[in-house]
Design a protein around this ligand. Structure first.
Ligand code: SF4
Ligand code: SF4
Length: 462
């Protein structure tokens, strides 16, 4: 099976007849490859440890769907606080904008789960079973034999197991490790939802990492498409120095440093030729940098014919770092960060809501006017806490019974609803007024407050 020559006018991974061209990137060694491997190992460790390691008794990251809570590095957010995630997600998006504007697709090549798992897990298993790139190509075009069938079953069996493992760890982010352990030991019928989720996700991951692979980055990933709007000719990208490299040709025959050995093409996981310029398919994985540096060292020429640099610098034009778009992205990022810090400070350890009970807005009985409310309290602390509900108003004759008469001891994450009945003597009522319902913690400090109107019949003001 021959290596396909990449063309900038077509997608390398699609043959002229529309069929799939399977890319078999060659092995590469070098500084960036080693660094990427270290980063990948750390990221995979983080992925595994986040739902396992506990802080204040809860996992570092746990979206508890059964109790509608999010545990995030010791901070517990109830369902009602989820709006804070808007700042987190938009802050991450602006952060990505800044990084992309400065350093191109750093995310894709170094951090994206697609690249991390594909390059550092699945392709390594493939290399271990099927051999290096030429051996893989030979095996792909070889007729079916006992050896080929054995290798295919072994490889895809391991792929499937790894996909299942990744899917189950992902499920643990929503159900916790102990619950996951219980679920996998019981019949699927007892946990249908979780079983279907894990099965479907395993299937998707297996399909993606075993076959779809770089197609996801080239065809589906929205961030890949967005990058052309986020970067400009001053963005640091992985690029080929045309000034130094051209005209290319065999060593010693030309002035250019590129000897047209095509090592950069052979190692590219998306099958492109970086010498044809920056392309949407480039995920900035740096494999071509290490490959070309290796060739340059062997030829006794300086490294960096392919390197991290701006397109302006790579093509011999003046380059600048600070551009208007960078200021705008950073300003938006700072605004978002300030808003997030402010919003987090507003988060209280208790949720208080006071709702008027259904029925008439007020009642008259026994010489009193009565308003009925329902108090809802939720303890967001990781430990039990006693709360006290108090009622304040300018109307001295207001009395309250129900939730305000006793302390409310709530366990971690526990919620309670209690009626709160307020009354005033009918003859003293002079018109509607506001009442402050407060909830106080064990130290007596006010931790939540709601203003509710006390309603009664219309009275002429005197
Ligand atoms: S690896 Fe370097 S020298 Fe070889 S073809 Fe690519 S750019 Fe030219
Ligand atoms: S061109 Fe280089 S950096 Fe871009 S995807 Fe291919 S090997 Fe990776």
């Amino acid at each position: 099976m021959k290596l396909k020559a990449p063309s900038i006018d077509s997608v390398t991974t699609i043959n002229d007849d529309g069929s799939r061209y399977i890319v078999h990137p060659a092995d590469v060694r070098g500084t960036f490859t080693t660094l990427r491997r270290v980063v990948a190992v750390l990221l995979i460790a983080v992925y595994i440890l986040l739902p396992i390691v506990r802080i204040k008794g809860e996992p570092l990251l746990f979206l508890d769907i059964f109790h509608r809570k999010l545990h995030l590095f010791g901070l517990t957010l109830m369902f009602q606080d989820m709006w804070l995630l808007f700042f987190t997600v938009s802050g991450m998006a602006f952060g990505l904008f800044v990084i992309t504007s400065v350093a191109g697709r750093l995310w894709c090549g170094w951090v994206c789960p697609q690249t991390v798992f594909l390059d550092h897990v699945f392709r390594r298993v493939e290399r271990w079973i099927d051999g290096d790139a030429p051996a893989r190509r030979r095996l792909e075009s070889a007729p079916w034999s006992g050896g080929k069938i054995f290798k295919r079953i072994l490889k895809h069996g391991i792929f499937f197991l790894i996909a299942a493992l990744i899917a189950h760890i992902f499920l643990a982010y929503f159900v916790s490790i102990p619950s996951l352990y219980t679920m996998v030991r019981t019949a699927p019928a007892q946990n249908w939802g979780a079983f279907v989720f894990a099965t479907v996700l395993t299937g998707i991951l297996y399909f993606n990492f075993a076959w779809f692979r770089e197609q996801f980055c080239i065809i589906m990933c929205p961030y890949g498409r967005l990058q052309s709007a986020l970067i400009d000719d001053d963005t640091i990208v992985v690029g080929y120095d045309t000034v130094r490299g051209e005209p290319r040709g065999k060593a010693g025959t030309t002035r250019g440093d590129c000897v047209d050995c095509r090592r950069c093409v052979q190692v590219c996981p998306t099958g492109i030729d970086i010498r044809q310029g920056l392309q949407l398919e480039c995920i900035a994985c740096t494999a071509c940098i290490d490959a070309c540096d290796d060739i340059m060292v062997k030829l006794n020429r300086p490294k960096g014919l392919i390197r991290h640099d701006s397109m302006n610098a790579l093509t011999g034009r003046a380059a600048k770092f600070w551009r208007p778009r960078l200021f705008i992205y950073i300003a938006l990022g700072i605004i978002g960060a300030v808003a997030f810090v402010f919003a987090v400070q507003q988060v209280r350890p208790v949720i208080l809501s006071v709702l008027r009970m259904q029925g008439a807005p007020y009642f008259r009985d026994g010489g009193s006017i009565r308003n009925n409310f329902m108090v809802h309290l939720a303890n967001k602390r990781a430990e039990a806490h006693e709360y006290r509900v108090t009622v304040e108003s300018e109307f001295d004759s207001l009395t309250a019974v129900g939730a305000s008469e006793h302390g409310l001891k709530l366990g971690p994450g526990e919620e309670v609803q209690e009626p709160l009945i307020m009354s005033v003597p009918d003859e003293k009522f002079r018109g509607n007024f506001d009442v402050k319902v407060q909830v106080r913690g064990e130290g007596g400090a006010v931790e939540g407050e709601r203003a509710v109107p006390f309603l009664g019949p219309f009275r002429e003001k005197r």
